[in-house]
Write a protein that binds this ligand. Sequence first.
Ligand code: DGL
Length: 262
Amino acid sequence: MKIGFFDSGLGGLSVLNHAMREMPGTEFLYYADLDNVPYGSRPAEEIITFARKAVKSLREEGAEAIVIACNTATSAAIKTLREENDIPIVGMEPAVKPAVAIAGDKRVLVCATPFTLREKKLHDLLQKYDTNNITDLLPLPKLVNFAEKNMFDAPEMKEYLAGEFGKINPADYSVFVLGCTHFNFFKDTICEFFPKGMRFIDGIEGTIRHLKELIPTEEFHSEGMTAIKFYFSGREVTDRETLKRIESDFGRLQEMVEIKEV
Ligand code: DGL
């Protein structure tokens, strides 16, 4: 069984990275919409159009289940995609519930794209789980661009984060919700701004757990080789230079997985 992953860009590799570990032997297809990234400040209709195209393309390549490895595309399009497709489609959402549960007497900071932070999906989650109003929202749209440009150590990126985190009081927070899959690339830098003991939470494990529940167990062939094909807005990636870059992104993400708290 082939499983398709879709993100506006390369942030969803953080979700694929986890799936590869959890589901060895699976054939994965990864669609990054590099012609249109970033999505985070676009209107919903546009994101829905892009997401439809991505799902269609992944299905044409044989995907029988799809992970929307993007919080923004999930907020905008998952309902439509599920209505229009008869295969399992799993999405991502900011992990508000577990974050609030472990916050103790401090606050929770949810960082995502402006789109995700505005959408009803998140506000419904907050209403349900953040009953004591301990959550604050901070958009960090430029981190998506920095990730796409491989700027994981750039002074401009650090200045940007210093400016954004200057708008809050980092000492107030015990939990940082990574509400955009691209933000996983920057956990090491984010740590520099927050006090010791602050924990990171993302929705990745829950998403892959859910995916596995939806797939018949006989579809797992853990003995076979894990295979991955990459597509940039539908075009298969074959050149060595780009595949090497993706490989190095996986390397970085694997290092970031180890960072669970400051
Ligand atoms: N990875 C997307 C997310 O999780 C980034 C959105 C964007 O392209 O702005 O929200």
